[in-house]
Design a protein around this ligand. Structure first.
Ligand code: NDP
Length: 248
């Protein structure tokens, strides 16, 4: 099972992997884990100070030199995506992995009193920006010998739950985007596409969703990296179109 996967130290050697929301939480842990297993990581996020600190940490550890892409997914334009693609084509030629990790939680309230502004914000960051980046990065992924796209789902992206509003709907949409893309990128494609549901994990998002819960109840992001490494590397072989749980 991917949750207890034991990767080889060189699993991602020579691979270039873009991670969104790389500056904090699960994205930060995934970026470090990918770099520790030999990948050149492209750190995309909105708070540059966090990306800079992570860059320094990766460099100090002696892992491959990463790259930083400051980008706010709330306002990202098609033009910005095309600039990013041109920059990455120039610097790397192709990318071997794409982890869609950035998301916002939005409001926790019934649909009956949900605000349209908060609804749109969640759908923009969690769904529209994910589509836009995927759509524009596909040629760079197609140029890789073998590539993996991983989307981030949630338990509320598989079964609706009261008061989870746009966030839950955005995660259903994420599962849908993954399935549609997987069906289009069939076994003749060099690209695999899957979802990970990280499960309850001790991050800022979890702490804000469950303020009364003791943070230590849940594992740290670095403790759930098995599935993240498994789906990015060659050991997941031809697996595509599936949704995995990072925790048993
Ligand atoms: P965090 O809130 O800790 O981190 C989210 C990251 O996304 C941050 O780095 C944040 O940037 C970035 N981000 C948010 N909005 C934008 C934006 N507009 N543009 C660019 N980057 C942005 O969340 P988690 O690490 O907990 O969540 C990671 C993923 O896992 C999400 O998709 C979440 O839905 C999912 N998930 C998490 C669970 C959990 O228990 N933690 C459970 C189920 C799913 P910044 O640092 O600048 O705020």
């Amino acid at each position: 099972a991917p949750a207890d996967y034991q990767p080889s130290a060189t699993l991602l050697e020579g691979r270039t992997i873009l991670v969104t929301g790389a500056g904090d939480g699960i994205g930060r842990a995934a970026s470090l884990a990918y770099a520790a297993h030999g990948a050149t990581v492209i750190l995309l996020g909105r708070t540059e100070s966090k990306l800079d600190a992570l860059y320094d940490q990766i460099e100090a550890a002696g892992y491959p030199k990463p790259a930083i892409v400051p980008m706010d997914l709330l306002t990202v334009s098609e033009e910005q995506c095309m600039q990013l693609v041109a920059q990455l084509a120039d610097e790397f030629g192709h990318i071997d992995g794409l982890l869609h990790n950035a998301s916002v939680l939005g409001e926790r309230r019934p649909i009956e009193s949900a605000t349209y502004a908060a609804w749109q914000e969640v759908m923009q960051v969690n769904v529209n920006a994910t589509f836009l980046l995927t759509r524009h990065l596909l040629p760079l992924l197609q140029a890789a010998p073998s590539a993996s796209i991983v989307f981030t789902s949630s338990g509320v992206g598989r079964t609706g739950r009261a008061f989870w509003g746009a966030y839950a709907v955005s995660k259903f949409a994420t599962e849908g985007l993954m399935e549609v893309l997987a069906a289009e990128l069939d076994e003749t494609s060099n690209i695999r596409v899957n979802c990970i549901n990280p499960g309850a994990t001790n991050t800022a998002m979890r702490r804000s969703a469950y303020p009364a819960e003791h943070p230590d109840t849940n594992p740290a992001p670095e403790d759930i990296m098995g599935a993240y490494l498994y789906l990015m590397g060659k050991d997941s072989g031809e697996i595509s179109g599936s949704s995995f749980d990072a925790q048993p």
